[in-house]
Design a protein around this ligand. Structure first.
Ligand SMILES: *[C@@H]1O[C@H](CO)[C@@H](O)[C@H](O)[C@H]1NC(C)=O
Ligand SMILES: *[C@@H]1O[C@H](CO)[C@@H](O)[C@H](O)[C@H]1NC(C)=O
Ligand SMILES: *[C@@H]1O[C@H](CO)[C@@H](O)[C@H](O)[C@H]1NC(C)=O
Ligand SMILES: *[C@@H]1O[C@H](CO)[C@@H](O)[C@H](O)[C@H]1NC(C)=O
Ligand SMILES: *[C@@H]1O[C@H](CO)[C@@H](O)[C@H](O)[C@H]1NC(C)=O
Ligand SMILES: *[C@@H]1O[C@H](CO)[C@@H](O)[C@H](O)[C@H]1NC(C)=O
Ligand SMILES: *[C@@H]1O[C@H](CO)[C@@H](O)[C@H](O)[C@H]1NC(C)=O
Ligand SMILES: *[C@@H]1O[C@H](CO)[C@@H](O)[C@H](O)[C@H]1NC(C)=O
Ligand SMILES: *[C@@H]1O[C@H](CO)[C@@H](O)[C@H](O)[C@H]1NC(C)=O
Length: 503
């Protein structure tokens, strides 16, 4: 059935009248994203942006008119299916460009395979630190700021406000592990700055999270950086408030990069008896989020994308901007088109994945929401904001600090107050205390059912293995029969070299 449909589609595409143009290039684009609409980057969310980019390029007379993008969407959940989709599809014909995957464990094998096949991959995800190793992920370009770029914001704040130590609290679902990868970035950047770091890992599969136990561990730290579900953050802040730790002797951060409806105004509110306490506690909570720019074209884009999303029956928070994944995949297609045109001018063509990728790196271009700068390693520079509660009556949030990744500079906004970020009130403990005390604290919490991660250092090492080693894949079983035997061997060798053991 699907074969017939895609066959018809192909015939139809071939028979389409082609505009007379100096050059004509058909580009097969494979988009590998989850179908499940509980993801911010599901196919239904991202497809309208990609279609918008196609339309927009068509309307820019001349420049891109010779490029015909044939876009295919493949469902990847957040794991193996992504690789299977790529391999199954590529038996007939390999795509010229891959957009996605976003989830780390889906992206790792896909990008490695694509790099091996010399196919450029552009993703608004794959944000984990491991993907910065562009020897292994040579064809990957990231159009959304990675967790390492985010972590530079913390690094810059630690220097500016002379903070000395950090306590990282992260929720780990042992599945997609978004918070784990988020704080892995923070850990690896702060570590090189010689910040003393302790870390605590909350297993979200545990039914109860004992926030009082968690809070006992932070005693010697100055800056608490958290990544967890909104309800866990609230529990921890309430526990901190009960122990009177929210009076300015500690600095609290949570990281909420993508889902703008879960941070800011009213995020403390649940309609239960703790609301008043939570509001007071949140007065000391700073939220780090992406700084999104908006220009007139973006309004139109945003409206059109939302319309398409609603057309397929999905609900979209009206107040929200279109998220960074949707924006990123729009810009991804644009960036590829620019690079391809340059490569073609140079006498090469779409099969030269290395050169196309090189042309996408180390450049700034005008994206749909503003300038997008890709560094010389193929990763986008990011801008971030620190939000804080400025109206304690209303409990509303405002941005107080902006950080620009491209030049590493801060912009202090009108409501910024230096006292909020200064640790003048607290008694200073000698740094030598930390090692012995924190390990004692960790022992206690392990007993009470909170599973305490070793320092992220060990975790980092593991993450490295996750990326080096890949899922053990039995390709033969999954591939259609018409796969060439040569390709078979290639795939098998590739997956054996990187066989994955689940931890
Ligand atoms: C979509 O994902 C959510 C959360 O991961 C899960 O609970 C749900 O069952 C999934 N839906 C489908 C149709 O797979
Ligand atoms: C905040 O509370 C802690 C512990 O109760 C106390 O040591 C510290 O002096 C207080 N700081 C301020 C600014 O009140
Ligand atoms: C975004 O945040 C809201 C409010 O906390 C939550 O209901 C929703 O599930 C979140 N969406 C995603 C995709 O995480
Ligand atoms: C919170 O509310 C205030 C006042 O209504 C508004 O100015 C501000 O933009 C809002 N902030 C967020 C993050 O929604
Ligand atoms: C967006 O721009 C297109 C073309 O310029 C126009 O047709 C469309 O009406 C605009 N949409 C909105 C919501 O302004
Ligand atoms: C053009 O192609 C050649 C050979 O592939 C390469 O060495 C050169 O750097 C390219 N020029 C530009 C401007 O990319
Ligand atoms: C693309 O370029 C390669 C070498 O760079 C060449 O072998 C191939 O024939 C070209 N393909 C097309 C369709 O021009
Ligand atoms: C990046 O581009 C600039 C000019 O735009 C150039 O001077 C610099 O050498 C490039 N860096 C790398 C690493 O290619
Ligand atoms: C850093 O970059 C931002 C955004 O491009 C710009 O607004 C700001 O003025 C720059 N700051 C410095 C010190 O160059």
């Amino acid at each position: 059935m699907t074969c017939v449909v895609s066959y018809c589609l192909c015939v139809w595409l071939i028979l389409l009248p082609v505009k007379a143009s100096a050059m004509n290039e058909d580009i097969d684009v494979l988009v590998i994203l989850p179908k499940n609409n509980s993801y911010l980057f599901s196919i239904s969310m991202v497809a309208p942006a990609i279609e918008y980019a196609k339309q927009r390029m068509k309307s820019l007379k001349g420049m891109y008119s010779g490029l015909n993008f044939n876009v295919h969407y493949e469902n990847s959940n957040c794991g193996d299916e992504a690789l299977f989709s790529l391999v199954d599809r590529s038996c007939e014909k390999k795509p010229d460009l891959i957009l996605g995957p976003v989830c780390e464990y889906a992206a790792a094998p896909v990008v490695r395979m694509a790099s091996h096949w010399n196919i450029p991959v552009i993703s608004a995800g794959a944000l984990a630190s491991g993907f910065s190793h562009k020897k292994e992920y040579s064809h990957l370009t990231r159009v959304a700021p990675s967790y390492l770029k985010m972590a530079e914001t913390f690094s810059a704040m630690f220097r500016r406000f002379s903070w000395k130590n950090a306590f990282l609290i992260y929720e780990d679902d042992m599945d997609e592990r978004n918070c784990y990868f988020t704080l892995e970035g923070v850990h690896s950047v702060l570590k090189t700055d010689n910040v003393h770091i302790d870390a605590l890992n909350i297993h979200s599969k545990d039914n109860r999270v004992d926030s009082d136990e968690i809070i006992k561990n932070i005693h010697d730290s100055e800056v608490i950086i958290m990544c967890a579900a909104a309800d866990i953050i609230r529990d921890i802040m309430l526990a901190a408030h009960r122990r009177r730790l929210t009076n300015g002797s500690y600095i609290f951060f949570n990281i909420e990069l993508f889902n703008s409806s879960s941070y800011g105004n009213g995020s403390w509110k649940r309609g239960d008896k703790y609301d008043m306490d939570a509001k007071q506690a949140y007065a000391t909570l700073n939220t780090l989020t992406l700084l999104r720019t908006v220009k007139p074209e973006f309004e139109n884009f945003s409206v059109e994308v939302k319309k398409s999303i609603q057309k397929v029956g999905m609900r979209h928070h009206d107040s929200d901007n279109v998220n960074i994944f949707v924006e990123g995949f729009h810009d991804a297609l644009l960036l590829y088109a620019m690079a391809l045109l340059e490569v073609m001018k140079n006498g090469s063509n779409k099969t030269d994945g290395v050169q196309i990728t090189q042309h996408m790196w180390n450049r700034t271009f005008e994206g749909i929401a503003g300038p997008v700068s890709i560094d010389f390693n193929g990763d986008r520079y990011g801008d971030f904001s620190v939000m804080a509660m400025m109206d304690h009556e209303e409990g509303t949030y405002e941005a107080v600090i902006n950080y620009f990744g491209i030049n590493g500079s801060f912009q202090m906004l009108p409501r910024f107050n230096n006292d909020r970020f200064t640790l003048t009130h607290r008694h200073q403990t000698a740094p030598t205390d930390y090692a012995s005390k924190s390990s004692g604290g960790l022992g206690v919490s392990a007993v009470t059912g909170i599973i305490v991660g070793a320092l992220l250092g060990t975790a980092l090492l593991m993450a490295f293995y996750f990326f080096r080693k890949n899922y053990r894949v039995t390709i033969e079983r999954r591939s259609p029969r018409d796969c060439g035997i040569g390709k078979h061997r290639q795939l098998r060798e590739d997956s054996i070299r990187s066989s994955f053991s689940t931890a």
